[in-house]
Ligand binder design. Structure first.
Ligand SMILES: [Mg+2]
Length: 375
């Protein structure tokens, strides 16, 4: 099987409800995805997706398009998409960084490999370890009163895990918020908190001390991504497990965090971590070092979510709280059928070949503001 053509689509789809994040990120209004469709001499087509979101990621939309169009896709023409490690080497040799662009091609090549062998990707990367993964429903940055509305509505639909964004309000307010959530829902739901780099070390320590014994089961990325030593000290002061998200992009990051004993949990995102091949390396570090993994997402479309579900299916150490497979249900539309795998409070692992989703190519073209073809 040889790659003959790579199509690149720049896609924007709005969120149904804008998402209030931390002080650093402001409010997000939609998904800006770069989707690749790889055609082969067998007639099979594979799909991948990149989800640049500066300043969360150093990768930008324009930089990702240029890396794909000008360097990475041309290097993959003629390659066998089933040779994942060889293709990774080729991509790494022709562009430094650009993990999201490489990740889109890597996902598409895994999609093709699965379709060619007639098996789901999870059968190629270690085998299915679970059939379902507990979902976490997102709560924007705000007050307990705002949270009550969302939680009550979603609890009735089967959700038992919620992720509260923090980092834009005073620490005392956030502590009051989580205790108010505990008073109302203790024993009924789980809360994970994510400050998205919004705090100083002192603020983070103030939060973990104040929130001790509350309903919060995990705190993600309290301080800026490069502050590994601060993460270690926060973890040492905290009874609440600490997770790294923005801090863990590469397997080398994961290894450094593991060596420092800086965090309990690594947040895995299929696009952020550079596709399936590179995400598996990060997961392997976590599994080896005794860290847990949280399957997490950007605001992203169904191809990246499908890749994340394949990774979640095989990861040995998932946290017991919920995971982020809600992204496509929060968008006004999607060009895949991923949402059909998300119901009853769980994401359901599919046995369909490849990434396990069907792409509506007409819809993809309709949502694209720009498109490029590399042959
Ligand atoms: Mg996060």
């Amino acid at each position: 099987m040889r790659i003959e053509k790579v199509e690149i689509f720049s896609v924007s789809i709005p969120l149904i409800t804008p998402y209030k994040l931390s002080r650093v990120y402001g409010t997000v209004t939609g998904a800006n995805a770069i989707v690749v469709a790889i055609s082969t001499d067998t007639g099979l087509v594979g799909y991948g997706e990149a989800d640049p979101m500066p300043p969360f990621t150093s990768d930008t939309v324009q930089g990702t398009i240029e890396a794909l169009r000008d360097r990475l896709a041309p290097a993959m023409i003629g390659a066998d998409p089933r040779e994942h490690k060889k293709n990774e080497e080729t991509m790494d040799a022709c562009a430094e960084g650009c993990l999201m662009a490489k990740g889109a091609l890597d996902m598409a090549m895994y999609d093709l490999a699965g379709k060619a062998y007639g098996v789901p990707v999870h059968a190629l990367i270690g085998g299915r370890k679970r059939d379902t993964i507990l979902l976490s429903f997102p709560l924007g940055s705000g007050t307990a009163r705002e949270d009550f509305e969302v939680i009550d509505a979603r609890y009735a639909l089967g959700f038992r895990s919620f992720m509260a964004k923090m980092g834009r309000n005073p620490i005392a307010d956030e502590i009051e918020r989580v205790h108010a959530l505990g008073d109302r829902y203790s024993g009924k739901i789980q809360i994970v908190a994510d400050a998205n780099q919004g705090w100083t070390e002192e603020q983070a320590v103030e939060f973990v001390r104040g929130a001790k014994g509350s309903i919060v089961g995990m705190l993600e990325q309290p301080v800026p991504a490069n502050q590994f030593e601060a993460l270690r000290r926060i973890r040492a002061a905290s009874a609440i497990p600490i997770s790294a998200d923005e801090s863990v992009v590469t397997a080398q990051d994961a290894l450094r965090l593991a060596c420092l004993d800086a965090v309990d949990i690594l947040s895995i995102k299929a696009s952020k971590n550079g596709g399936i091949t590179k995400s598996l390396r990060v997961i392997a570090v976590a599994e080896t070092a005794g860290m847990q993994c949280r399957m997490n997402s950007m605001i992203e479309c169904g191809v990246t979510q499908a890749a994340l579900l394949q990774l979640g299916a095989v990861t040995q150490t998932l946290i017991p709280s919920g995971h982020a497979y809600m992204s496509t249900l929060r968008l006004a539309d999607d060009f895949t059928d991923f949402a059909s795998l998300v119901h009853d409070g769980y994401a359901h692992v599919s046995d369909a070949p490849g990434l396990g989703v069907t792409v509506d190519s007409e819809k993809l073209v309709r949502h694209a503001s720009e498109a490029f073809v590399v042959t």
